[in-house]
Design a protein around this ligand. Sequence first.
Ligand SMILES: *Cc1c(COP(=O)(O)O)cnc(C)c1O
Length: 455
Amino acid sequence: MVSLRDIPSVDQILHNPRTEQLLGLYGHAWTVSAIRELQEDLRQSVQNIAEMPSDEELINSLEAILEHQSQPSLRAVINATGVLLHTNLGRAPLSRAALAAIERVASGYSTLEYDLAKGSRGKRDMHASALLTRLTGCESALVVNNNAAAVLLALSALAKGKKVAISRSQLVEIGGGFRIPDVMKQSGAKLVEVGTTNRTRLSDFEQAIAEGASMLLVAHQSNFKIIGFTEEPTLEDLAKLAHQHNLPLMVDLGSGALLDTAKYGLAQESTVQETLSKGADLVCFSGDKLLGGPQAGILVGKNELLAKIRRHPLYRAIRADKLCLAALSATLLHYLKGEAEQEIPLYQMLSRSFEDLTAQVQRWIDRLQDGSALEGLSTVGGGSLPGETLPTCLFALKVKSPAKFTAKLREANPPIIARVQEDLLLLDPRTVLSWQEETLLTSLQTILLERKELS
Ligand SMILES: *Cc1c(COP(=O)(O)O)cnc(C)c1O
């Protein structure tokens, strides 16, 4: 029988020679609090154990507690799901140049708000805005924390207390609680729903203007599609109508691609520059969706509108930080130089061919001496291009318990996130970054070996 009195005291554990090393690594206060946790675990389990663990075992447990507590909870993972912009896995990975730009700017001081030529205060807006003007043809640009913030800010600055007309088919919920009607309410704008779920005509907007709407809003149906008997006025017609009445047309593009996604076998989407040239006065989009950059909300459009937005107090609260601006500028530069496909991870992944992916899966099969190749689909995800998929080749492994196997994969370092389909474990090489491939295979090899030893 083990009794509570057999549990060693804090001092006893502290004086174990092996604790010395842990004290050096984690400090006194943290180690003591971990010892208390260990004692509590022992108290809970005293009735169920035949004898007290040895000192050696106790220190091992203490070490495990400390190691676990020192792991950051925000960790790098290997995304083998084939979802390119996986919202839960951090959306777009950054290019090397974007990472280097973050390091350059963050490791010391920078010209964040400093004008080198004048030797005086500068504006943080200018960094990305010069590039955005060149790329999209906009008059002016502004960067905030994310696109949800961009929509809220724009509506707050331009439409507080005013009526904003939007088609019923676009009262979308993006996920994570972002609902267009709720954001409009929060901004103080009055929502005027026009048309029906499946059909909205230009005359519906004309009616709303006649009834006092002072802005027209178009929101991208980012994560769903309405098919069948549908109708929406074109952007050109909406812009013409808005301008006849001297009203602004705002477009929440959501993804906001700068490149033609049709080139990769995906649906034709209006790019940011096309949306502006069709007459939108203000366009907002995310930095970490189809742009392939850092989390950001980007607003581009007419000088006059952006000047108003810049003056709103909310801008100060949600403006982009220097890390974001550094990474965003480096990402935009890839587009300007025409090297987006070579340098931006998202476009590298989008442009991989089925043949190339099949050859890669075959190499995995040869190396692991297990699994098989299976045709499947990668998806864009991240509320971008709904229902859009790309043919891919999957590495498929028949497993007895997919739940247990995926749990093992998540315990690997870095954790591997995979897909399951019935009794098949599926890994899509498209979203496994090239520098992670070796680690992925080594981890898989270890897990497969353990499985053989067990059976
Ligand atoms: C994704 C999305 C948002 C939100 O963008 P975040 O950058 O995630 O804040 C807003 N509107 C639309 C249409 C979207 O697709």
